[in-house]
Design a protein. Structure first.
Ligand SMILES: Cc1ncc(C[n+]2csc(CCOP(=O)(O)OP(=O)(O)O)c2C)c(N)n1
Ligand SMILES: [Mg+2]
Length: 546
């Protein structure tokens, strides 16, 4: 059998449905083998588009998303999505081509050491040097990509190896059950929670990767313990729950941190240090119980006193089964913080000024989307507003990246969401900077007849960096630019473009976009004048008074 045919059979054997690709000549044997396969080939316009789609596939299904690129420049373009998947815990396999490794007349043309380049951003990176190893190396790559903590893996498939003859041999895709935590760890955790006066629950990204919602919800209902989430832990429990305190979009000085500061124990389920810290631990300060698939990595701002290691759903169930409400638990301050948060957030929900406040946009989207509909975010200042102000009802309904925090993933991840869940509406919320980083994928979206709406928050600037610049006391400098006419830009791809002129007009356009099929783009002027006064000044003052 031809090696590239075996490669594709091995991918089919792993249940691969899609390959996202920008092929080069070094991938042509592979491409030919793919032609006769059930796997759907999706051609992107930049390798980042392929990588972000594959990573999002992995993030949402738990199965590795697969992307394909050529050697050298194709592979270097995959580095950002690799880091995105690796830090974010998203299973993804990257396949890159290479010139013949046994005998080549190309000297060093286009050749860099891709396997080594991928090392710091993957769990596994290997060149296939013999066709007879293809099946086992693919099995091993999938095993590692899926295993907690999931991440990126890479296989380099050189041209001459792809053309070799080999035996047809596949390995069964065997998974494993994650071990349960040790009873002693549960006992110690229960003791610490019983002894605490003001315990708080933190829900992080790991809880969104597995089906932990029911267990966590029962834990909160049974104990009455208040909870908050990291940005990537949003939606694990419906945020309309009376014990929901908020999402840690900042690391300190938000209302939520008044509660965190008072708590004497944090039960952390599924957060690891790759996310922007939801709070800082201090020597002699509050205690933390780390409930996760593996022990905590120690960091100057994170050094938990107890690790409960094992399947987190089971850990949470065990904790809930052994905990009893304690008469000395004191939650009245958390209740007060919650009501302050709610009244603060709602102040700006109704502010209809135009250009529009990001707070208002989060509110309008919540009102217009069903519980299962999905927003994907790119990276910019609005991510903070959405994390704080958008109320998730279900897990993975606000898809954002708070680990690599890369710009450019908003549109590709919305495309992947639409392919996976054609019955749910999807809106990509992007900055004008982030959108432009992968805007070429508009062509892919239109060609694939996808249904999605892109909202561009137009401030003609790298707004997030402006916000930081102002906070650091620097003068406004070096962060402004001009934009293309986004309406015409959308139209040139065969998409629909809209430019609202008032709050009311935006609502009409949004309704039209959500009701209609196809790719739609809304160029929304945004008002960022409250970023600095609220996030840097007002919050600090209000939190101190609590
Ligand atoms: C690929 C990448 N480059 C640079 C950054 C640093 N960065 C973070 S946010 C930001 C500005 C984002 O601008 P825009 O997309 O317009 O969003 P805004 O904050 O203006 O709403 C920059 C440059 C990044 N996170 N990712
Ligand atoms: Mg901007």
């Amino acid at each position: 059998m031809k090696a590239s045919d075996l490669f594709v059979s091995a991918l089919e054997n792993e249940g691969v449905e899609y390959i996202f690709a920008v092929p080069g000549e070094e991938n042509l044997d592979f491409l030919q083998s793919l032609k006769n396969s059930k796997i759907k080939l999706i051609i992107n316009r930049h390798e980042q588009g392929s990588g972000f789609m594959a990573a999002t596939y992995g993030r949402l299904t738990g199965k590795p998303g697969v992307c394909l690129a050529t050697l050298g420049p194709g592979a270097t373009n995959l580095v950002t999505p690799a880091a995105y998947a690796q830090l974010g815990g998203m299973p993804m396999l990257m396949i890159t081509g290479q010139k013949p490794i046994k005998k080549s007349k190309q000297a060093r043309f286009q050749i860099i050491d891709v396997v080594d380049m991928m090392r710091p951003v993957t769990k596994y990176t290997k060149q296939i040097v013999n066709a007879n190893n293809i099946a086992s190396q693919i099995r091993e790559a999938f095993r590692l990509a899926i295993e907690e903590k999931p991440g990126a893996v890479h296989l380099e498939f050189p041209e001459d190896i792809a053309q070799e003859d080999c035996e047809m041999e596949l390995f069964e895709a065997v998974g494993h059950i994650i071990p349960n935590p040790d009873d002693r760890a549960i006992e110690q955790a229960v003791k610490m929670i019983h002894q605490a006066k003001m315990p708080l629950l933190l829900i992080g990204a790991g809880a969104n990767r597995k089906v932990t919602c029911d267990a966590l919800r029962s834990f909160v209902d049974a104990t009455g313990i208040y909870f908050f989430t990291t940005q990537m832990g949003k939606g694990v429990i419906d945020e309309r729950h009376p014990q929901y305190l908020g999402t840690a979009a900042l690391s300190s000085n938000d209302f939520l941190h008044a509660a965190i500061d008072e708590a004497d124990l944090i039960i952390n389920v599924g957060h690891d240090t790759v996310e922007k810290p939801p709070f800082f631990m201090k020597k002699g300060g509050k205690k933390v119980i780390h409930v996760n698939f593996s022990p905590a990595e120690v960091d100057p701002v994170y050094f938990p006193q107890l690790n409960v290691v094992g399947d987190i759903t089971h850990s949470v169930k065990e904790l809930a089964a052994h905990l009893q409400k304690q008469p000395h638990w004191e939650f009245s301050f958390f209740k007060k913080v919650k009501s302050e948060v709610e009244s603060h957030l709602s102040t700006y929900f109704k502010d209809t000024r135009f250009p529009m406040l990001p707070q208002r946009l989060a509110h309008l989207l919540r009102n217009n989307l069903a519980s299962g509909d999905i927003i994907t975010l790119d990276n910019g200042i609005y991510k903070i507003w959405f994390a704080r102000n958008y109320t998730c009802h279900l897990p993975n309904t606000l898809i954002l990246d708070n680990s690599l925090a890369s710009m450019g993933a908003g549109l590709p991840s919305a495309m992947m969401v639409n392919i996976l869940y054609p019955d749910r509406k999807v809106v990509a919320v992007c900055g004008d900077g982030g959108f432009m980083m992968n805007s070429q994928e508009m062509e892919t979206a239109v060609r694939l007849n996808l249904n999605l709406t892109v909202i561009i928050l137009n401030d003609h600037a790298y707004g997030m960096i402006k916000w930081k610049q102002q906070d650091m006391g620097f003068e406004d400098f070096g962060l402004d630019y001009n934009n293309p006419d986004f309406v015409k830009y959308a139209e040139s791809y065969g998409a629909k473009g809209f430019r609202p002129e008032s709050d009311h007009h935006f609502q009409e356009i949004l309704e039209t976009c959500l009701k209609s099929d196809g790719v739609k783009l809304i160029d929304l002027p945004v008002d960022y004048s409250l970023n600095h006064p609220i996030l840097n000044i007002m919050l600090k003052e209000k939190v101190q008074k609590l």
